[in-house]
Design a protein around this ligand. Structure first.
Ligand SMILES: Cc1ncc(C[n+]2csc(CCOP(=O)(O)OP(=O)(O)O)c2C)c(N)n1
Ligand SMILES: [Mg+2]
Length: 415
């Protein structure tokens, strides 16, 4: 569809014609802005949201410390962005699909993913749903309608358009929300996804967490436009910018987005303005590219404190409950971490099973070679790996030790 209005002078338009407002409800002290109205929110759901925010923060702090202690190889924190992620999840039906980037563990916490389930993934043990094949933080849950994370940026965005198109065809009244950073929005996949969603009118919510940085690159060096929101006009899509540290505003914004998506089969873009308070990941040190002063200014806008003030003012929460919750969560995170650390890794053979319907000869050969290597150099593998050879004896008894038959130091008492 194109417009037909004619003009007779070369009058160019620029993006400066648009000024995109930011939707806010809560002030930092927990009071509402003048004229603002809190969305309908029962006490139970308000506390479910707050508890999920605190549970995410506590897990993030503890797991980052575990990474520094050398217990965990890698970690990424959601710290500072809990309101954006959990406020959005809380606006959905629990059976709507969530496709996340990697910093949205809060949405999983909100849906009921347990600390045990997080820890099993982080340590890649035998109970990890991904069977230890992915690095830490690549969570996923079929039961909770949360697509497994994949590292290549923005791949989830066109997948969300496709998934939501399926939901439209199924006509089951569900939608998909897809989270991504403002950095990922620079990928071509973002544009393809928005265009196809608008053309095919699918129920998908594109939720951009504009946290100011793509690792060390500030958003000001990423795009010349006024954030990501104006791009929606290019695809003729509904768009709303929201204060991402204001959980009530995010909740109200996403509820309305869901209504448009599901009732009108139209995609919506939300840009949540927030800040990544922690490092990009455990491999990053932000002191090289941003100031402590900037971080402190955002720490003063902590989304947890903002919601807590609102809850306390309504008599729905108090300091004793806060203390008890923090203590319980800290204890739980430690207990579940210890349990997950002790569990053995998945069986080695699971590396190649269920990749294809049947194990292909090429994969079988690779597995056989890996086993041979483990038997030759057991000391080069983690302790658990040496016991990961359940069928070696059976296969050798059959006279089949693979192409690279070697002596077996493990079975000769090398352990
Ligand atoms: C295709 C691709 N390119 C580059 C990377 C490396 N990378 C990982 S995270 C990241 C920054 C993403 O920033 P943003 O989307 O803003 O998310 P944030 O980390 O701020 O939450 C980059 C460049 C990648 N994972 N995939
Ligand atoms: Mg970012």
């Amino acid at each position: 569809m194109t417009t037909t209005q004619d003009i007779y002078a070369p009058r160019f338009l620029s993006g400066d014609e648009f000024s995109i407002p930011t939707f806010r409800l809560l002030r930092q002290d927990g009071t509402l802005h003048e004229g603002a109205e809190a969305p309908a929110l029962a006490r139970d759901q308000a506390l479910r949201i707050y508890r999920a925010m605190v549970a995410t923060r506590v897990m993030d702090e503890r797991m980052m410390a575990a990474q520094r202690q050398g217990r965990l190889s890698f970690y990424m924190q959601c710290t500072g962005e809990e309101a954006a992620v959990i406020g959005a999840a809380a606006a959905l039906d629990d059976a709507d699909m969530i496709m996340a980037q990697y910093r949205e563990q809060g949405a999983l916490v909100y849906r009921g993913f347990s600390y045990d389930e997080f820890m099993n993934q982080l340590f890649g043990n035998e109970l990890d749903y991904g069977k230890g094949r992915q690095m830490p933080i690549h969570y996923g849950s079929r039961k909770l309608h949360y697509m497994t994370i994949s590292s290549p940026l923005a791949t989830q965005i066109p997948q969300a358009t496709g998934y939501a198109y399926g939901q439209k065809l199924a006509g089951d009244g569900h939608c998909t929300i897809v989270f991504f950073g403002e950095g990922a929005a620079s990928e071509g996949d973002f544009h393809a996804a928005l265009n196809m969603a608008a053309v095919h009118e699918v129920p998908v919510i594109f939720f951009c967490r504009n946290n100011g940085y793509a690792i060390s690159t500030p958003s000001i060096e990423q795009f010349a436009a006024d954030g990501v929101a104006p791009r929606a006009f290019g695809y003729r899509m509904h768009v709303l910018r929201v204060d991402g540290n204001d959980v009530l505003a995010v909740l109200a914004a996403t509820r309305e987005a869901r209504r448009i998506a599901v009732e009108q089969n139209k995609p919506v873009l939300i840009e949540a303005m927030t800040y990544r308070l922690a490092a990009h990941s455990s491999s990053d040190d932000p002191s090289g590219y941003r100031s402590k002063k900037e971080e402190e200014a955002w720490r003063d806008k902590d989304p947890l404190q903002r919601l807590k003030h609102w809850l306390v003012a309504r008599d729905w929460w108090d300091d004793d409950e806060e203390k008890a919750l923090q203590e319980t969560l800290r204890r739980e995170v430690l207990e579940t971490m210890k349990r997950a650390e002790k569990r053995p890794p998945p069986p080695l053979d699971s590396l190649v099973t269920d990749v294809y319907a049947d194990v292909t000869p090429a994969l079988q050969r690779q597995l056989d070679r890996l086993k041979t290597h483990i038997r030759l150099y057991p000391e080069a593998y983690p302790r658990g790996a040496r016991s990961l050879d359940p069928d070696v004896k059976a296969r050798e008894a059959d006279g089949d030790a693979g192409d690279d038959s070697v002596s077996d130091p493990v079975n000769q008492g090398g352990e």
